[in-house]
Every structure is written in structure tokens, then in C-alpha cells.
Design a binder for this molecule. Sequence first.
Ligand SMILES: [Zn+2]
Length: 100
Amino acid sequence: MEKKITPYSRVQEYPDEFEVLNGILMCKWCNKAVNYIETKTIKDHISGKKHLKLKLSENPKRQSQLSNFISSNVNQETIEDFIQMMAQNNIPYEKVDSMR
Ligand SMILES: [Zn+2]
């Protein structure tokens, strides 16, 4: 499976991790340029402690209401109540799902 590696192909491979800025592969979480050529560099980066910590601790752009809710209410019962409340208000479950 030969294909040309570009910053864009890396973003396609790891859409949650990187974005392309002026032709440079940037880590969304660390806000840092990453060498896109070597798969190993990419993998080392996304499994790095600093990266994982940033990824878990902050979500700059895409934190949805539901994931906010879930992260601030870790207990399962509360989540179930929330889902049930959604159901009672006739909010389709797919909608909840697409908010993730
Ligand atoms: Zn990173």
C-alpha cells in the first residue's frame, strides 16, 4: 500500500490529533509542529505523556455539552438520568450521539 505522505494524509489518518497549518502538521492539543514524514514520530508524539495529558485535560474547540456533562458527572446513574431526561423530552438519541 504505497501512498504519498503529506501533512494532509496524516490528518486523514489522525483527524482527532492533528491539523494542517500553512503546510505544517500541527498537533491540535500541544499546538506544536510535528514531523509528518516518519510514522514513528507521529506515533511517539500521540502516545507521549505531555500530549495525552493535554488531550485529557483540555479540549479547546470541540467540547460538546454532553461530554462536558459526562466529565463533570462521572457517576453512571446521573448519565442514565440525563439520557432518560433526553428521551422524555423527545430528543432523539441520534442527536445525543452526534453531539459527541
Ligand atoms: Zn501533541
